[in-house]
Unconditional design. Sequence first.
Length: 697
Amino acid sequence: MTEGSIRIDGIQSSSSLLHLDNGRAAVQFDLQSGTTTYTGANGSEVREASVQFRWQGRMVGTHNYRKHTLTGAPVQVMDGFGKGVHVTILHEMEDGSLPSLLQHCFLYEEGGFVLIRAELSGSERLKINRFAVIQSSSVIAPAGSCGEDELTVLRVPFDNDKWVRYAAYPLPCETESYEASAIYRRESRQGLVVGSLTHDLWKTGIRVKGNATGQIENLEVFGGAASELTRDSLPHGYVTGSKIVSPLVWISFESDYRNGLEAFGRANAIIAPPLEWKEGVPFGWNSWSAAADRLDYDLYAATSDFFKTELPAFRNEGTAYVNFDSFWTNLTQQQIKDAVDLVHGNGHKAGTYWTPFAFWGGPSEFDREVEGTGGRYTYKDLLLRDSEGEVLPDLDGGLAIDPTHPGALQRIDWYMDQFIAEEFDYIKLDFMGHGALEGTHHDPAITTGMAAYHFGLSYLAERLSPERVGRPFFINLSIAPIFPHQFAHSRRVSCDAFGTLHDTEYMLNSLTHGWWLNDAVYRFNDPDHCVLYKSFNHEATTRQEGRSRLTASVISGTVFLLGDDYRVEEAASRACAWLSNESVLEIARLGKTFVPIDSPVQEGSANIFALHVNENSVYVAVFNYDAVQSAVRTVDVQQLGLEIEAHYEVFDLWEQTQQEGQGNLTVNLESAESKLFKIKIKNGEVNEDERIKNENI
């Protein structure tokens, strides 16, 4: 078999097997049993998997069908994934007791991945709310490199609400991940990555169960997830029609699961290209931490003046954004106009805030007229309800607005036109998960929460398109599902994060496992507003805490918004000292996320992150999450992709000092401290004394 080709072993008269193999991934169809085995070159296998769906109260699948037929020869395809083959298997019951089931598999010449999709069809209208593309009770993981090379399952949260965390669970465990997951060896990082590439209809869940002996005994990748972690109080909505299509599922086999997650992110961008942004990383400020509900004109104006006079270098692409968060309604219309005019006069751009799918009023306000509807609708008309007409339970204190209701769309028009006319250039759209809740929608053709959210978010993006607005308009999602992604330029990687060490560690948990979203799925990750000193009505942070929060923001890849009140002397002092460091600001301007180097377990965060500049140099960020104790971290240069024998220069970007060394890097950290380095391979040799200088950094 030649590299970059696909071997197809056809079905012989003595066999019911069809085998496809590209050298890195293989698919074997058993037309006797109706099952499929997916195999990777790293030794991983998903054995005897079936496609299943809920039918008349029970899960039935391809293994329950009696007839399994290859529908013609494999078809050559050429698409965004490259050159490959498409194989279709038809599963039928001769008595017609089950709908016909088509199983589609795509294998490409390049890459260790397989794409799978299924279709149900029947002469009568079908009604399905759970559709599993992969169901296997036998998953073989790659062998571990040592006794401590634990098999680990990654749980990806559906959204970033309620301070949810990513988690890496060693076996034994049982968990449900959303839209993506990985099963991998913690030390060698070998494993497999699974997830959904379509996000316009189904919420996709990945259920994994592993036992105490280190074996995966259940893997299910299914459309129809609805749980406390999807914020749903109702089951997943039914998908109806004469033909029902499953999510398009990705499975890849990797020597390093991190490469698999990055490839998965790029695959999502092939299916739905990210929203284009040509203006560079947004630098600026957001008002929430500094003022919360006490936001006023004076703070907003003072911030823009501070940036102009004290931090003129804190810009990107020639400008910075000064953004309202919630409670911009404290200002009068004249104050908003004056504020935006002042910001523009200072050479900055203005940003605003809105919650399109959440209603914050109580029952006494249900009869309030909806803006932009000319009195046709009140808010009680817009609220999302169950099949009995009851309003859904509140989420985060807000009630869900149905994105498909015409009054909701007119309300979007009214607010977007107002923000455009007021000359804003940036909007933070918050509490977006309300739009993805399962319920009974006004549009009867939209029957699932994800379909409704996709509809509403696409409508918003169209209203803010450069073609309609006449200028670039940055769209940021805050409390939001990970997908769909193609309607916003950035999304917060975590829930609210302020300035404490706990906030830094919490946000970096999301970066540890969600770095791959940056510059592939979304143009930028958003680490939330960066508080250098203190949040409104909270305790002040230490200088080490504040700088660690800043380091964490810089490495996130990153919507770089600050969050202090600079009328406070210490906040202004820290900003002037730290944000005049051009070598640090230049990292933020790259818009590139650092990748985790160490692999935490449970709900922990990586301590070490890195970003390759080129083959000879790499940025490294190292953190101590202990607010009391000092720490020593060892950076394995081989894990950075550098040669252990190489001589290198280590430049401390915060302290602006340089040392030389060879071998692994030992980093001494005070409590709550972080360090940011640039490591560069030296030309020529250094003496033995220079080789060990790094030990005391």
